[in-house]
Design a binder for this molecule. Structure first.
Ligand code: IDP
Ligand code: MG
Length: 136
């Protein structure tokens, strides 16, 4: 089944710091996906904790929050056919050791705690995250 859907993608502080914004946007555009909304912003602690609420009980939670609030992020809504799973494939595995070359993490990251980008893991997560960041 093909779904025309929206997903949420965020270039995390290490991605912005490594000057990978253009690289990530270029990959999204060249794939034929559409950037519907985009903003450069800084997350506060409350918003970061809300965004990553599902990981609240993980041992890495505090480090994750401190990392994601440590600098500017680029948040965006991306649309296209099967955008949620297409973006997840383009991002690659959570642990960059396992991310295939050709994926964003497989090409630019080597550390599970700093892995360049976030992408929604399901249509439900996308809806929640788009509401949190863009209020729609
Ligand atoms: P995802 O970003 O591929 O969806 P999740 O399991 O949702 O991965 O984890 C959210 C984020 O938390 C990861 O992108 C990464 O930044 C961080 N993270 C996940 N697992 C670990 C870990 O084992 N140690 C440190 N940080 C982690
Ligand atoms: Mg996730």
């Amino acid at each position: 089944m093909i779904f025309l859907e929206k997903t949420f993608l965020m270039i995390k502080p290490d991605g912005v710091g490594k000057k990978l914004v253009g690289e990530v946007l270029g990959r999204i555009e060249r794939r034929g996906l559409v950037i519907e909304e985009m903003k450069l912003m800084r997350l506060d602690k409350e918003m970061a904790e809300e965004h990553y609420a599902q990981h609240r009980d993980q041992p890495f939670f505090d480090d994750l929050i401190n990392y994601v609030i440590s600098g500017a992020v680029v948040a965006m809504v991306v649309s296209g056919k099967n955008a949620v799973s297409v973006i997840r494939k383009m991002i690659g595995a959570t642990n960059p050791f396992e991310a295939e070359p050709g994926t964003i993490r497989g090409d630019f990251a080597l550390d599970v705690s700093e892995n360049i980008v976030h992408g929604s893991d399901s249509a439900e997560s996308a809806k929640r995250e788009i509401l949190l960041f863009f209020g729609e």
